[in-house]
Design a protein around this ligand. Structure first.
Ligand code: UDP
Ligand code: MG
Length: 337
């Protein structure tokens, strides 16, 4: 039977929070009164997460575990969950209880009542995040709005409910390193929102160190906007105007009888423009790199284990349902041509 709702949970080294998470999620889902599945995507955890998941698997029939071969990152883990989830509705939620599972029921009600394809969880209060997290998040959204337009929702992260049609559309996108919170609004499907209060991480530590945040920002900027490429054009125009002004100044000084001497000014100008050129080249390189990665069409993750395929036949999907692919799957549909 197709589950009415699939709940996709990316988790990386979440042994501390996992028991608490299961304890809170399960009663909520059992209480919905509909068929559901939980797709726990173990993003290559190196701690006890896979062991705990195996234990929960035995006592929770609706749980399904998809383990990735290596740590592939939050977005790739969600993508893996989305391409394996079978529900009519698919929710994504973090494992650390910052997104309260109790809100899932409300999301489902709102999605069905308003016939929305996407129901965003919108943070009404971030006071529980650290000052650093809040300021980096604010910087991220301000930057993205500045270059990408106002369609972006402030403070909607990856806690959301999506219809089957939305997830099919996302799964069909060929884009690599996609940032789902930016990609999904651009689909333009009917949307709704549910406010919630973002809690403290219930246990364990953040799995988002600075370098992962920077990567997310870079993926977001290059995946969402061509504005940085135009920087080179603006720099070039500015440089031209500046050079013309300097030339005029030099000629006038010469005519006035005091030619400019100076090594410093020459070196500063040459070095300054060389740096700007390198910056522009670097920006160009980011985009070329994305084209390269898309061209190679390498999967952003590999599935090492799927409990559904390891399960006895009665727990597998029935024949007329599309079975999950047995082998490694990409969040891109193979090499296209
Ligand atoms: N996560 C993941 N792979 C990673 C990093 C994080 O699957 O490489 C998961 C993590 O287990 C959690 C969610 O993504 O369920 C959000 O991570 P975290 O709570 O550490 O991020 P923060 O809330 O600090 O931004
Ligand atoms: Mg968190």
């Amino acid at each position: 039977m197709t589950p009415h709702i699939s709940v996709v949970v990316p988790m990386y080294n979440e042994q501390d929070v996992l028991p608490l998470f299961v304890q809170r999620l399960r009663p909520v889902l059992d209480g919905l009164g509909v068929a559901y599945e939980v797709v726990a995507v173990d993003d290559g955890s190196a701690d006890q997460t896979p062991v705990l998941l195996q234990r929960f698997l035995r006592e929770w029939p609706q749980l399904r575990v998809v383990r990735l071969r290596a740590n592939s990152g939050h977005q790739a883990a969600i993508s893996a969950g989305l391409s394996n989830a079978r529900g009519d509705w698919i929710a994504t939620i973090d494992a650390d209880l910052q997104d309260p599972p109790e809100v899932l029921g409300e999301m489902l009600t709102v999605g069905e009542a308003q016939q929305a394809d996407v129901v965003y969880g919108v943070r009404t209060d971030r006071s529980t995040d650290s000052a650093f997290k809040r300021s980096t998040a604010r910087g991220f959204y301000t930057l993205m709005r500045a270059i990408g337009g106002s369609g972006l929702r402030m403070d909607a992260g990856d806690f959301r409910l999506m219809s089957r049609a939305t997830v099919d559309a996302v799964n069909a996108l060929p884009e690599h390193h996609r940032v789902l919170r930016l990609v999904i609004p651009t689909l333009g499907f009917p949307e709704a929102e549910v406010g919630y209060r973002r809690d403290h991480r219930a246990a364990g530590t953040s799995k988002y160190p600075l370098h992962k945040m920077l990567k997310l920002t870079l993926d977001s900027v290059t995946g969402f906007s061509l504005a940085p490429l135009r920087l080179a054009t603006w720099f070039g125009m500015g440089g031209f105007v500046l050079a013309a002004a300097l030339l005029a100044y030099a000629v006038i000084s010469k005519i006035a009888g005091n030619p400019i001497s100076g090594w410093t000014s020459t070196v500063v100008i040459v070095a300054g423009f060389a740096a700007l050129q390198l910056l522009c080249l670097g920006i160009l390189g980011e985009y070329v790199g994305r084209i390269y990665a898309t061209q190679q069409a390498r999967p952003t993750y590999y599935v090492a284990y799927d409990s559904l395929l390891a399960a006895p036949p009665e727990r597998r999907p029935v024949a007329d349902e599309p079975a999950a692919p047995a082998r490694a799957t990409a969040d891109v549909p193979g090499p296209r041509g």
